[in-house]
Design a protein around this ligand. Structure first.
Ligand SMILES: N[C@@H](CCC[C@H](N)C(=O)O)C(=O)O
Length: 269
């Protein structure tokens, strides 16, 4: 079986080619593989009847999830190289995605449409998704409150803050990740709007912790910022591991994310 170690803007993946060899790791095995390969997510490529590939995703804690933006760009690059096509299709549990080459070796993925219904996130109860009832810290003077929420095929809560670096994310992230309002947990974004075209973002990922970049997190932050009219619908997201350009197009309501991918090594077992 072929294995690739890749990263998308520093978000690290161990990618297993399960198109001709079966690969169904237990939660413990995923945790071990992620640890050994220093990966935030473990990815399996499987055959799909209708698309170029099916992409299965596990967080480093062993939980299987339905979306991963940066892994989609890495898998996109692998399949574009392998097939020589101009664009390839990736089926995930969440949606059908398309990947294609952009300028300067960057890879773009069409991440589909954001889901805004409270049931789509999902939330435990009906609430205004532009600012939900979550407070962290003293009730009369919370450290964090009222995140905007959205689903990019996975749940995201985004706090707009004035200085991302002023927050102890490893301490605060877990308090939101498994807050009772989120029955399936949530990814937690800390977003600082620099100007109408630039957002600084750090993300505490569900099941993976603070990563160098979260692709769906970048899409979620842009969608929440543009929905609140804090930014344009297209902006550069500055993450710890690099920059992602996110464009929520009005014409088709789909979110396009462009950024770097790197093949660290490949091996075979
Ligand atoms: N790193 C990813 C997101 C991976 C899944 C996420 N942690 C979840 O639990 O939903 C990305 O680039 O989007």
């Amino acid at each position: 079986m072929k294995i690739w170690k890749m990263n998308g803007a520093g978000n690290a993946f161990a990618i297993f080619d399960a198109r001709s060899v079966p690969f169904s790791p237990t939660e413990d095995q995923v945790r071990q593989l992620a640890e050994e390969m220093n990966a935030d997510q473990v990815i399996a490529l499987e055959r799909d009847a209708a698309r170029d590939v099916f992409m299965r995703i596990w967080n480093r804690d062993g939980g299987e999830v339905s979306a991963c933006g940066n892994a989609s760009r890495c898998v996109g690059r692998l399949l574009l190289d392998e097939t020589g096509k101009d664009g390839i299709t990736i089926q995930t549990e969440a949606d059908m995605l398309r990947a294609f080459r952009a300028e300067d070796g960057l890879i773009t993925v069409d991440m589909g449409s954001p889901l805004m219904g409270w049931e789509d996130i999902p939330l435990a109860e009906k609430m205004d998704v532009r600012g939900v009832d979550v407070k962290i810290g003293p009730m009369d003077n919370p450290i964090l409150s009222r995140p905007a929420v959205v689903s990019m095929g996975n749940p995201h809560a985004v706090f707009f803050v004035s200085d991302v670096d002023a927050y102890d994310i490893p301490a605060l992230g877990p308090l939101v990740e498994w807050h009772p309002l989120f029955p399936e947990g949530t990814n937690v974004g800390f977003a600082q709007v620099i100007d109408r075209n630039t957002i600084r973002l750090r993300v505490w990922e569900r099941g993976a912790g603070l990563t160098k970049a979260c692709g769906t997190g970048a899409c979620a932050a842009l969608v929440c910022a543009a929905r609140a009219k804090l930014t344009e619908r297209k902006a550069t997201l500055i993450l710890d591991g690099g920059e992602l350009l996110v464009d929520w197009r009005e014409s088709d309501d789909r979110v396009y994310m462009t950024g770097p991918v790197e093949l660290e090594f490949e091996t075979e077992i």
